[in-house]
Design a protein around this ligand. Structure first.
Ligand SMILES: Cc1cc2nc3c(=O)[nH]c(=O)nc-3n(C[C@H](O)[C@H](O)[C@H](O)COP(=O)(O)O)c2cc1C
Length: 255
């Protein structure tokens, strides 16, 4: 069912919603804008574009929050800050405030998803963080001993007790059916975390463990069809970087 509702008393038939609908779900019937029953992906473009606020969406919170243009953010500042972002592996024990956690999650919630599936989930390890790390530690330490491509790599690294979460106070596991959707959400969240004075480590090793351990997957209580896309280890950084790192040359071609 199409959730779009149009308040005829407010609608001026300007057609901006009809023109912007990516799936051509809106049309004029005589003097009335109508929403077709099928094809709506609930992206909310019609809601966002209506100059009169005539559109609402059933089962959604239509809070009428004004749009903020990215141009409000200085692009040189933004690029400088993005280039200055570093993976953080040393954290202060200080906990992350709930308001900050909610802002990070909100950034993920508003990232784009294919066909607007919005099918990305976030699991805060909280009371089970130590238990999850313990499962990973056992798995990696055991794998160090067994002859496998993973073991030859693991033999070269020191797996200390904080190997996966670095003693950080917050771990958010991002899961989805789509690696792209989950990855984009993670990236939005990382930028938000940085802007809140927090640092982030993507624990790829944790993600690896979720592929290898059923016990860990059970602990995470993943939704059906979801896989872990990223594990975001978050906290106040206990390290300060003075300059932007060098990078390999840009790989770009113009066809
Ligand atoms: C998907 C992904 C997984 C990663 N996994 C780990 C990890 O398990 N442990 C770790 O110490 N760093 C991990 N990193 C951090 C990378 O090593 C880091 O991004 C890279 O060295 C560049 O450093 P920078 O992020 O400070 O620019 C991961 C990064 C990404 C994007």
């Amino acid at each position: 069912m199409n959730p779009i509702e149009i308040d005829e008393s407010k609608c001026t038939k300007c057609s901006s919603c009809i023109d912007d609908c990516p799936n051509n779900c809106l049309y004029l019937e005589g003097e009335t804008v109508k929403a077709s029953e099928k094809g709506c992906m609930e992206c909310g473009h019609c809601y966002a574009i209506c100059p009169k606020g005539a559109i609402s969406m059933v089962n959604y919170d239509c809070a009428d929050e004004p749009a903020v243009s990215m141009t409000e953010i200085d692009s040189d500042m933004l690029l400088g800050a993005m280039k200055s972002r570093r993976t953080i592996r040393k954290f202060k024990p200080q906990p992350v405030e709930d308001e900050k956690i909610m802002k990070i999650l909100e950034a993920g919630r508003y990232s784009p998803t294919g066909a607007n599936s919005q099918n990305v989930s976030y699991t805060i390890l909280a009371s089970r963080q130590d238990e999850a790390e313990e499962i990973c530690l056992k798995l990696f330490r055991r794998s160090q001993k067994v002859g496998s491509p993973l073991s030859s790599f693991l033999k070269r690294i020191d797996i200390d007790d904080n190997f996966f979460f670095k003693g950080a106070p917050l771990v958010i596991v991002v899961s989805s059916k789509s690696n792209v959707d989950g990855g984009l959400a993670s990236s939005y969240m990382e930028i938000m975390a940085e802007s809140l004075g927090l640092g982030v480590l993507y624990s790829g090793f944790f993600v690896m463990c979720t592929k290898l351990s059923r016990k860990l997957r059970n602990l995470l209580e993943l939704e059906k069809g979801h896989d872990v896309v990223s594990c975001m280890v978050i906290g106040y950084p206990n390290v300060k970087y003075q300059r932007i790192v060098p990078r390999k040359d840009l790989k770009m071609k113009k066809l």
